[in-house]
Write a protein that binds this ligand. Structure first.
Ligand code: 1KN
Length: 482
């Protein structure tokens, strides 16, 4: 009995010891990064001027345009419930009917200058335009695919006229490019046979050719926005895709590429197997926005957002909730307060015009940006605690902090908690610097800014000129939570 008991104790001890050893090993494993050939090539943010420019944009426009704009989510009188640009994948529409839309593509009312002027009026600093979506249709006359705009009745190069017109308005251009291609017979969702490998090797070269072609044709572009890279077929091309990314960067210095082009050799996407971000910025904030600064893991990031629910290409029937200008402005301010860019999607019609809902939004958002843009452009995370009335942003590298106010409390008192070693020198309304607020100190480093009882129908901005006696001024806050 005694012996049995001690045996039991011994076994328990060994068992516990094993757990301790295993967890200790885990800890050392977590500390020891594994060697990766195709993981992140840099730890931390880029420090060059092209990336600094991108970071300062604040607000961008996304454009999804292609053959899917012609059906606009409808085929033979029936409505497709998915995203309009995915209609080719719907069993209700024959693939051949979709592919034949190229013979109908003739947007005679398309005017790149008009689009660029609308974007400028809205206040965006960059545009991301679909060169080729999942359907494989190319909006430029590609030498490497017949399925391109040059073979449509329209004939003319759409990407070229957009790049020129937007650049003329001072707006930078990024090219969206879907790797997944429903038109190219060499595309594979997975690679299971020798034949699949051969096909995908041809597909790799096709992709490389097209990307080099785009860089050559449009030398002013600032970046590529990749999509359709989630299937195993492409994930297994990690080595090729990584080398391709390096090649594109060599050919076009300063080029900005998000986290979606290549996986690492273990098939890990976005963050590599060591948890480091692949590419220049986090692309995962699609139709969602981080809640707090910890969520962004000190990465550069961009949020892309649709006006209705999940619709990117033109859909005649916008069902469900459609965002208002004020909602969109709030999303924009929230993104800026967490150091990200915000990109609003437009889905132009098949005739080349913008739908009136989007034109109206561009105007209303633009009116706000025109007077409040200072709180958005070249701003970043302020290092102040979030308050219920809205969002803080900071003019990058300075002690100028903006309060973008959306929810005025019934008391009219806006709470501000200052970080350590910081004081407020001056507080005033951005649109009327003569309107000065005298902050009331309510506790150590805690203030109320009292509004004067007006009715506020639009979000507004209060500027705080601050002094920081912390070692490194504004920079401290930007790097504080890294
Ligand atoms: C949830 O699965 C998807 C798959 C593709 C969600 C979105 C997308 C594509 N990315 C967006 C930027 C659009 O281009 C959309 O078609």
């Amino acid at each position: 009995m005694k012996q049995l008991l001690s045996k039991k104790i011994l076994l328990t001890c060994i068992f516990l010891l094993n757990i301790i050893i295993a967890s200790a090993q885990n800890v050392s494993k977590a500390k020891q990064p594994i060697e990766l050939k195709h993981g992140a090539h840099r730890i931390g943010k880029r420090t060059d001027s092209a990336m600094a420019r991108w970071r300062g944009y604040g607000f961008g426009q996304f454009i999804h345009w292609g053959l899917y704009a012609i059906p606009g989510g409808e085929w033979n009188g029936k409505q497709y419930n998915g995203a309009a640009e995915w209609i080719r994948s719907w069993s209700g529409m024959p693939k051949s009917a979709y592919d034949s839309l190229i013979y109908q593509f003739n947007p005679t009312k398309f005017n790149a200058t008009a689009w660029a002027k609308t974007a400028k009026q809205m206040g965006v600093k960059y545009v991301t335009i679909t060169t080729k979506h999942h359907d494989g249709f190319c909006l430029w006359p590609s030498k490497f695919s017949d399925y391109n705009v040059g073979n449509s009745p329209y004939k003319k190069d759409i990407i070229g006229s957009i790049v020129d017109a937007y650049n003329k308005e001072g707006i930078d251009v990024v090219l969206y490019f879907s790797i997944m291609d429903w038109h190219n017979p060499d595309w594979r969702y997975d690679i299971k046979t020798k034949d699949d490998s051969l096909a995908m090797a041809r597909f790799d070269q096709y992709t490389r050719n097209q990307l080099l072609e785009l860089l050559k044709r449009y030398p002013t572009i600032k970046g590529f926005w990749f999509d359709g890279t989630w299937d195993k077929g492409w994930v297994k091309q990690a080595a090729f895709a990584d080398e391709l990314e390096q090649e594109l960067r060599r050919v076009h210095p300063g080029l900005i590429i998000g986290s979606r082009l290549h996986a690492d050799e273990f098939g890990k996407r976005g963050d590599d197997s060591n948890g480091n971000l692949i590419g220049d910025y986090e692309q995962g904030w699609e139709r969602k926005i981080p809640e707090k600064i910890e969520d962004v893991h000190n990465n550069d990031w961009e949020c892309v957002m649709t006006v209705p629910e999940n619709q990117w290409g033109y859909n005649k029937a916008w069902n469900g909730h459609i965002k208002t200008a004020d909602e969109i402005i709030e999303m924009l301010a929230r993104c800026r307060s967490l150091g990200g860019n915000f990109v609003l999607n437009f889905g132009p019609k098949g005739d080349g015009t913008l739908r009136h809902e989007e034109l109206d939004l561009a105007k209303e958002i633009g009116e706000w940006m025109h007077i409040n843009g200072d709180a958005i452009y070249n701003t970043t995370y302020a290092g102040f605690d979030k308050q219920d009335w809205g969002y803080f942003t900071r003019k990058t590298g300075t002690n100028k902090v903006y309060m973008v106010v959306f929810n005025v409390p019934v008391s009219g008192a806006l709470r501000v908690k200052l970080p350590a070693h910081t004081s407020i020198d001056k507080a005033y309304l951005l649109t009327d610097p003569g309107q000065i607020f005298v902050p009331e100190e309510i506790a150590s480093r805690e203030y109320f800014i009292h509004l004067k009882g007006e009715l506020y129908k639009k979000p507004f901005v209060i500027v705080l000129e601050t002094t920081s006696t912390a070692k490194d001024n504004g920079k401290v806050y930007e790097e504080a939570k890294t």
